[in-house]
Write a protein that binds this ligand. Structure first.
Ligand code: PMP
Length: 354
């Protein structure tokens, strides 16, 4: 598919960037000037358009609103030390989007629309990529079934959109998480490995229950017998047990997190032993009793790492030790940030720089 010259660009008449308080960036508060929109219908993708960010008009019969064919990605662009811009692991995000679309029976977005579209979009909005330590331009590509026709069916039409907005990295006080042994986020054979909207909608209710009980997030377990850890809220779950970085293996009920993958690779580079294997509640509780567990954390694009301070499992609040800057999770986070901003060599080719 030859698209390079085919992007249609209509720049905003006036930028809204002056409305942004870059010293107080809140996640989700500001949206950059432009968005990319690409429509699929009659078996093909139309010319992608980069236009001013604005509302969409949708029919009440739009299929995605009823039957949930909708997927998204979450990724970041960083301002490097030399002023250039880096979209982190763009190809891995594209591959995951493709897997999500495939799982939801949705039309696959062409690679060039994603990669070249993102580059052109962020080039146009490059003033929005913040430079302060810990900040980034969060990028939200998503697609939904746009055919307006009621009746349950796989849509014949889709809309693919990308917008972005500047965000800050917040200091995170260690989370209190509750191991969930009743509800499940994702089942074997289900859609847990896809980044589809329904996974998030379905997770709200148990999360609200955990919040009412005084916890910040749910530590999900497998849907079959609720014995094995799956994910932490909307992040992958990692532990340091007996000096080893331990995390559950990927499966059809766990999202293949790009942060998780990056941290595991960096741990290897730092000579930290990594074990990707099932983590049972029995093992975790025993590790607490024997004081072998020294760290627990979530990993995801938004927070990078989110330290866990308390794990509630089967009636008991287990306390993690206080974390120091030398904790494995912070060493990994620092290394990741150094690569993203160009302070350290990008030997894994993760940066898409322009
Ligand atoms: N698990 C779930 C359910 C998520 O929503 C996310 C955030 N995308 C992650 C894990 C972490 O993935 P990533 O590191 O790619 O952001």
């Amino acid at each position: 598919m030859e698209l390079t010259q085919a992007f249609s660009i209509r720049p905003a008449k006036q930028s809204r960037i002056r409305e942004v308080d870059f010293d107080h960036l809140e996640f989700g508060k500001y949206v950059a000037d432009h968005m990319l929109v690409c429509d699929y219908g009659k078996g093909k993708w139309n010319t992608p358009e980069i236009i001013p960010f604005g509302d969409l008009t949708v029919s009440p019969t739009t299929l995605a609103l009823h039957y949930g064919q909708t997927v998204f990605e979450g990724m970041k662009a960083f301002r490097m030390e030399d002023g250039r811009i880096n979209i982190f692991r763009i190809h891995k995000h594209y591959e995951r989007l493709t897997r999500s679309l495939d799982r939801m029976c949705m039309a696959i977005v062409p690679e060039e629309v994603f990669i070249e579209g993102l580059r052109q979009l962020i080039e146009l909005d490059k003033a929005w990529v913040p430079a302060a330590p810990g900040t980034a331009l969060y990028i939200r590509p998503f697609a939904f079934a746009s055919e307006a026709k009621f009746g349950v069916k796989v849509s014949d039409e889709y809309k693919f959109i990308i917008f972005s907005g500047p965000v800050a990295g917040a200091f995170q006080k260690p989370l209190r998480v509750k191991v969930e042994t009743g509800y499940a986020r994702a089942a074997r054979g289900g859609t847990g490995a896809a980044k589809c909207g329904g996974n998030y909608g379905g997770a709200y209710y148990p999360t609200q229950k955990a919040k009412e009980a005084g916890y910040d997030q749910v530590l999900w377990t497998d849907s079959h017998d609720h014995q094995y850890i799956e994910e932490s809220g909307m992040m992958n779950a990692l532990f340091v047990i007996d000096g080893k970085l331990v995390t559950p293996p990927l499966s059809d009920s766990i999202l293949d997190g790009i942060t998780r993958d990056s941290l595991l690779t960096l741990a290897g580079d730092l000579g930290i032993p990594v074990e990707t294997r099932p983590v049972s509640l029995d093992e975790l509780e025993k590790a607490f009793r024997q004081r072998l567990i020294t760290e627990a954390f979530g990993a995801g694009t938004a927070a990078i790492v989110a330290p866990i301070g308390v794990i509630h499992s089967r009636g008991i609040d287990y306390q993690l030790p206080e974390y120091t800057p030398g904790a494995v999770m912070f060493r990994l986070k620092d290394k990741l940030e150094a690569i993203r901003t160009g302070k350290e060599q990008d030997k894994h080719n993760w940066n898409y720089v322009f």
